[in-house]
Design a protein. Structure first.
Length: 228
C-alpha cells in the first residue's frame, strides 16, 4: 500500500468505529463523513489525514443546506452535471467550515501506535458527544438575535469576526441558494427582485461555449417558471 492508502485505511477504520455509536447521537457515518440533520440544516464533519512536515488528523464540521450541488444543475437545466462550481465554493456559499478537532503525529509509526482506529468505546462516545454538543451550541448562537434559525445562521456567520471577508462573501447568493433548497422560494425570489447590485459588479457567472449566464438571473428565471 502506498502511504496515502495507509492513511485512508486508518481513517476508514476510525469511521467504522464511529458508525457503531453515531446513531445514539442522531448522527450517521459513511466513509469519511459523519452527519446529522438539525433544524432543517445538514451538519457534517469530515475526517481526513494530511501530510506536511508531520501527519495531521483534522476534523472540521460544516453547516450545509439540505441538497448537494445537483440543485444548481437542475436550476440551470443540465441532466448531467459538467460544470465547475469552484467560483461558488471558493466563497463558501454552500458551507461554513469550523475546526472541531486536530491531532498531529510525527510520522506514520507514531500514528499507528496512537490507535486512532482502535480506541476504547468511551473515546468514540466522547468524540460524538462533543460534536453533538458543539452543534447544539452553534444552533443556539444562530438564534441569539432571531427566532428564525435560517436567518440567524446568516447573521451569525456573516457577523462572525474571524470570518469577515473570508466566509460567504456574497451574502445574497448564499441566502438565496439556502432558501431555494429549504423550499422557501417566495422569500428567495423576493430577495432576488430587491437586489440592486449591477450585473457588472457580480462575479458569479456560468461559462458556456457560446457565452455566459449570470447566476442571479438564472435563479430568478428558474423560480418564476417553477423550474427548481
Amino acid at each position: 500500500m502506498i502511504r496515502q492508502e495507509i492513511l485512508d485505511d486508518i481513517v476508514l477504520k476510525f469511521c467504522k468505529k464511529l458508525d457503531k455509536f453515531s446513531a445514539q447521537y442522531g448522527l450517521k457515518t459513511e466513509e469519511f463523513i459523519t452527519y446529522g440533520v438539525f433544524d432543517d440544516l445538514l451538519f457534517t464533519f469530515e475526517h481526513y489525514l494530511e501530510e506536511d512536515d508531520c501527519i495531521s488528523f483534522s476534523v472540521s464540521f460544516r453547516v450545509k443546506s439540505m441538497k448537494s450541488d445537483e440543485i444548481l444543475c437542475k436550476i440551470i437545466g443540465l441532466d448531467q452535471p459538467n460544470l465547475d462550481f469552484k467560483i461558488l465554493n471558493q466563497h463558501g456559499v454552500r458551507s461554513f467550515p469550523f475546526s472541531f478537532k486536530s491531532m498531529e503525529f510525527t510520522n506514520l509509526n507514531d500514528l499507528k501506535q496512537s490507535g486512532l482506529d482502535d480506541m476504547p468505546s468511551d473515546s468514540y462516545h466522547s468524540f460524538l458527544k462533543a460534536y453533538k454538543e458543539s452543534i447544539d451550541t452553534l444552533i443556539e448562537a444562530f438564534k441569539t438575535d432571531t427566532t428564525n434559525t435560517i436567518k440567524g445562521l446568516y447573521d451569525f456567520i456573516y457577523n462572525y469576526e474571524e470570518n469577515e471577508d473570508t466566509i460567504w462573501q456574497d451574502r445574497t447568493l448564499m441566502q438565496v441558494l439556502l432558501l431555494i433548497e429549504l423550499n422557501q422560494k417566495e422569500q428567495a425570489l423576493k430577495i432576488l427582485k430587491n437586489n440592486q447590485k449591477a450585473i457588472e459588479e457580480r462575479d458569479f457567472t456560468i461559462e458556456y461555449d457560446d457565452g455566459s449566464i449570470e447566476v442571479f438571473d438564472v435563479l430568478k428565471h428558474s423560480i418564476e417558471n417553477d423550474l427548481c
